[in-house]
Design a protein around this ligand. Structure first.
Ligand code: UGA
Length: 434
């Protein structure tokens, strides 16, 4: 009763003043100072309780909007030794790369390609449960066999990032950690802000302060073209009409990159990936869950635009993307600043990494049917208003010129490789699926 009266008496908002006029409230007013003392002691204890029991050590890992509350254990001599050994360069002219999102789809492939050619690679990943974390763990096991250690942690953890740069003077950062997926942004907008904005800024803050500053290559997205209807999409086209919050956070990332380049001299390269697919892919993507559902005999929803308009994507095979990522790292110039101060102009680039041959989603399904030898139960439906755009199509001449980027895998060939991996991975041969 006392608490009730207190809450009604102390206005937390101006509107609460009105409550005081109630005769009921007057009856509840306490007059003894002992009661007041008891009350304030209880409030104080309550605050202490709130502070300790809602602190970062009590996370809710299944709610991605609260990812900032997760804690990870890191540090110690043995841990530092593993970090150092993983990041050790083993070839002449090799680079040492911190790969964020290393247990992700693109991160795993890029990490293993770098390691194979003798570069030093250290992974960082939060292993969040946006999709089945066991797939991320399987990718981690794969990377461990090639000598890549993945540190478990969040890009929002500055202390961890600073520690990593203390242990290793990374020459490059391949920043692939992000909240991906276009449609999920309507369900959990906070996770996009957390990873794609706050996480990016935190990473750049650390990168600009260390000496020497690393060069950064990071994943933007084809979705930044949004409602742009000029095809094929060129880096010069407008990107100010995002159709999803996901796209808006990636576009914001590109602007943030501009700022850090401008003020601190960080060398920054953004790669606009176009619907990347392949073995060890992401289960939240259509080609992946279509495969699963076709095999299960479940119906799949195939989107079409108004007036039976085709919905199409410039699907890009993972090996082509990896080549683009490595070329971006290899052509990245050094950052020019040090210790948070810019010394001169630094490189700032954005490239489309696509396949340049859009395929209708219904054709993707036909290819899967042939490869799986199962007929899909097709449920054609109107493109929901969920952030999806009708089509994507990359103009890749800039990447071709500057990076020597030249995709070589068509959808049929790439999906064949994906299906072979999928069947092997999910038929119990998880370890063998390479
Ligand atoms: O290119 C990109 O930048 C983006 O590519 C993909 O996004 P998206 O192209 O939407 O890939 P999917 O979710 O696999 O969808 C592929 C196509 O299938 C369609 N689709 C999706 C789901 C569904 O149930 N039915 C369906 O027809 C979509 O409209 C889309 O045209 C990734 O999910 C994003 O993380 C990435 O940033």
């Amino acid at each position: 009763m006392k608490q009730m009266s207190h809450l009604d008496n102390i206005p937390s908002t101006p509107g609460k003043f009105k409550m005081e006029k109630s005769p009921y409230i007057h009856r509840l007013r306490w007059h003894s100072s002992l009661a007041k003392l008891t009350f304030w002691s209880l409030v104080f204890l309550g605050l202490i309780f709130l502070f300790f029991f809602r602190s970062p050590s009590n996370p809710l890992p299944s709610d991605p909007s609260r990812r900032s509350l997760r804690t990870y254990s890191w540090g110690g001599a043995a841990w530092e030794k593993r970090v150092r050994s993983s990041a050790r360069v083993r070839s002449r002219n090799g680079i040492s790369v911190l790969v964020t999102g290393a247990a992700g789809f693109v991160g795993t492939h890029v990490s293993s390609a770098l390691k194979r050619r003798g570069d030093g690679v250290l992974g960082l990943d939060s292993f969040n449960d946006y999709y089945d974390p066991s797939l991320k763990r399987a990718r981690q096991a794969l990377l461990e066999r090639t000598g890549v250690f993945i540190v478990e942690g969040d890009i929002n953890d500055s202390a961890l990032l600073k520690k990593l740069f203390e242990v290793v003077a990374f020459t490059h950062v391949m920043h692939l950690a992000a909240q991906a997926g276009v449609r999920y942004a309507m369900e959990n907008p906070g996770s996009y802000v957390h990873s794609n904005i706050a996480g990016l800024v935190n990473l750049l803050e650390v990168c600009k302060s260390v000496n020497p500053q690393p060069a950064i290559v990071w994943a933007s997205s084809s979705s930044v073209y949004g409602l742009n209807s000029k095809v094929p999409f060129s880096e010069k086209d407008r990107t100010d009409q995002p159709a999803s919050l996901y796209a808006a956070t990636k576009k914001a990332g590109e602007e943030i990159a501009h700022t850090y380049n401008h003020i601190y001299g960080l060398s920054l390269t953004g790669l606009r990936f176009f619907t990347v697919y392949g073995p060890w892919g992401r289960p939240d993507m259509a080609y992946f869950f279509f495969t699963r559902d076709i095999l299960k005999g479940k119906s799949i929803s195939i989107f079409e635009a108004a007036n039976h308009g085709t919905v199409a994507r410039d699907f890009t095979y993972i090996d082509d993307i990896v080549k683009g990522c490595l070329a971006a790292l290899d052509t990245a110039e050094k950052s020019t600043g040090s210790g948070g101060k810019k010394k001169g102009p630094a490189q700032l680039r954005v490239f489309n990494l696509g396949n340049t041959s859009p395929v209708p989603v219904s054709d993707l399904v036909s290819i899967l049917e042939r490869l799986l030898k199962v007929k899909a139960k097709r449920n054609i439906m109107k493109l929901p208003r969920n952030g999806d755009v009708q089509f994507t199509h990359a103009n890749i001449s800039l990447a071709q010129r500057e990076l020597g980027y030249k995709p070589t895998t068509d959808l049929q060939t790439g999906l064949k490789k994906f299906v072979r991996w999928y069947l092997s991975y999910y038929s119990g041969g998880k370890k063998a699926a390479g």
